[in-house]
Design a protein around this ligand. Structure first.
Ligand code: ATP
Length: 198
């Protein structure tokens, strides 16, 4: 089964694109929301987090104190790298077992850090969703009710679109000028063709 990785900067519209694939009955694994869930369900990951960041990271009931953990990792680059070194393999494990349960011609993994995490290496093809920066910023301000400064801080933690374009097999332009749905349907047909020739 073909594995397609979809990524894009914050506010580029990658989730919106994935919803269109889902309408074509293509299953999508949302790596970022899975990562959050795994911090409560993956025993190995929970042990690693507790051992490294201290048992205060979880309450006695096993609930993750996200604010506490965020305060640690967002003030110390090495701590963030360490957390990612636990979380990314847990997401890989979860994706691998999810794939085994699917029966579609191809599946999609949506991940903000597809390239940064190395996860793209396990995909057959990768798709980058791009949008002009001003559009990305205004979408996120509207969606998350945060300031432009906060959006830019988040953006600066990710690779630029230019760097990601070098690595991507396909690029979808979500600039609200070119129609998005026909671009997605073209890719869907491309992946169906490629999966039928496997
Ligand atoms: P994040 O990385 O923050 O999760 P994302 O890349 O997944 O963002 P989306 O959540 O798909 O982006 O889109 C961000 C916001 O922009 C959403 O509110 C979405 O509805 C809106 N949006 C995305 N694409 C379009 C479009 N072509 N036209 C209008 N609104 C759009």
């Amino acid at each position: 089964m073909l594995k397609i990785g979809i990524t894009g900067g914050i506010g580029s519209g990658k989730t919106t694109v994935c919803k269109v694939f889902e309408l074509q009955k293509i299953p999508v694994f949302y790596a970022d929301s899975q990562a959050k869930a795994l911090m409560h369900t993956d025993q190995l990951l929970m042990e690693q987090i507790k051992n490294h960041f201290g048992s205060d990271v979880y309450s006695e009931q096993g609930v993750l104190n996200r604010k506490y953990l965020a305060a640690i990792v967002f003030s110390d680059e090495d701590m963030l790298k360490k957390l990612n070194s636990f979380v990314h393999p847990a997401v890989f494990r979860a994706f691998d077992s999810w794939v085994l349960q699917q029966s579609s011609p191809y599946v999609i993994k949506e991940a903000a850090l597809l390239f940064e995490s190395g996860s793209f290496k396990k995909c057959d093809f990768t798709v980058l969703v791009t949008s002009p920066e001003n559009l990305k910023v205004s979408r996120i301000i509207k969606r998350d009710s945060i300031t432009a400064d906060d959006v830019l801080k988040r953006m600066n933690k990710q690779l630029s679109d230019e760097e990601k374009e070098e690595l991507a097999d396909f690029v979808l332009c979500n600039d609200e000028k070119q129609l998005l749905i026909p671009q997605v349907l073209n890719l869907h047909n491309e992946f169906l063709n490629r999966s039928s020739s496997l």
